[in-house]
Write a protein that binds this ligand. Structure first.
Ligand code: DX5
Length: 231
C-alpha cells in the first residue's frame, strides 16, 4: 500500500516537535491541541520495545488516535530492534515519518529505501555514542537525521554537552549533500539548550518534559520558539 507523508520540508526556520512521551496521557488530546495552536511543527511519538531501549511506551493504537486528533504530521521514532517489523502497522495508523536507529538496522540502506517506497518520510537516528561517519553514506536517502542528545529510553534527562560539536558536524554533512534534510535533536531540549542546538545547526527540536512538565505546554512551545527565533 502507498502512503503520503505530510511532513513539511525544511524552510530555514527552526521547528519545535513535542514528544508525547512526557505528556499527561489522561489529557493527551487536550495537550496536543494546545501545542498545535502554539505553533508546534509536528508531533513525535516515541516507540520503545523494552529491548533496544530499557523501556516500553506506545503502539500503533496511540498513533491512530492522534491521527484523528491533530492536523500535525506524526513522526514515529522507532527505538526498537528490527524496526521494519512495525512499518506497516504504524503507516496504517497514520504515521507520516518513520525514524529508525542506525544501531538497530541490519541493512540500514534497504530499510530506509523501504520507508521511502511506502510513500513516507524516512528518518535516521543515531545514539550519542555512534559516530557521524557511520551515517555519512546514508544521508542522500533520508528526509531527516536525528541526533540523540541523551541516551534513548527515558524523557527528563539532561542534554549531553558533547552534542553541540556533533550537531555542527552533522549540519556540515547535510549541507554538503545539496539536499534539504532536517537536522533533528532529541533529549534535554529546553529554552536554554534549544539555543545551543539551533545555533549549531539543528532545525527540528524535539522536546518532551520541557513542554509537558510545567503545566502550560502552549506557553512552553512559544517560549522555546521565541528563544530560537522560530516563531
Ligand atoms: C528518549 C526520548 C526523549 C523524548 C524527549 O528516548 O526520545 O528524548 O523524546 O524527552 P525530553 O525532552 O524530556 O528529554
Amino acid at each position: 500500500m502507498k502512503f503520503k507523508s505530510r511532513l513539511p520540508e525544511p524552510e530555514g526556520k527552526t521547528v519545535i516537535v513535542p514528544s508525547i512521551l512526557s505528556a499527561d496521557l489522561a489529557r493527551l488530546g487536550e495537550q496536543v491541541e494546545a501545542v498545535e495552536k502554539a505553533g508546534a511543527g509536528w508531533l513525535q511519538v516515541d516507540i520503545m520495545d523494552g529491548d533496544f531501549v530499557p523501556n516500553l511506551s506506545f503502539g500503533p493504537a496511540v498513533v491512530a488516535s492522534l491521527r484523528k486528533a491533530t492536523r500535525l504530521a506524526l513522526d514515529v521514532h522507532l527505538m526498537t530492534d528490527r524496526p521494519e517489523r512495525f512499518f506497516e502497522a504504524f503507516a496504517g495508523a497514520g504515521a507520516d515519518m518513520l525514524t529508525v536507529h542506525l544501531e538497530a538496522c541490519r541493512n540500514p540502506l534497504a530499510t530506509l529505501k523501504r520507508i521511502k517506497a511506502m510513500g513516507l518520510s524516512a528518518g535516521l537516528a543515531v545514539k550519542p555514542g555512534t559516530a557521524l561517519k557511520k551515517a555519512a553514506g546514508l544521508l542522500k536517502g533520508i528526509d531527516l537525521l536525528l541526533l540523540m542528545t541523551v541516551n534513548p529510553g527515558f524523557g527528563g534527562q539532561n542534554f549531553l554537552s558533547g552534542s553541540v560539536a556533533k550537531i555542527a558536524g552533522a549540519r556540515r554533512l547535510l549541507d554538503n549533500t545539496g539536499r534539504r534534510i532536517w537536522l533533528q535533536v532529541d533529549g534535554g531540549i529546553n529554552a536554554r539548550t534549544a539555543v545551543k542546538a539551533s545555533a549549531a545547526g539543528a532545525d527540528s527540536l524535539v522536546a518532551g518534559s520541557a513542554l509537558f512538565s510545567g503545566g502550560d505546554p502552549a506557553a512552553a512551545v512559544k517560549n522555546i520558539l521565541k528563544a530560537v527565533g522560530g516563531e
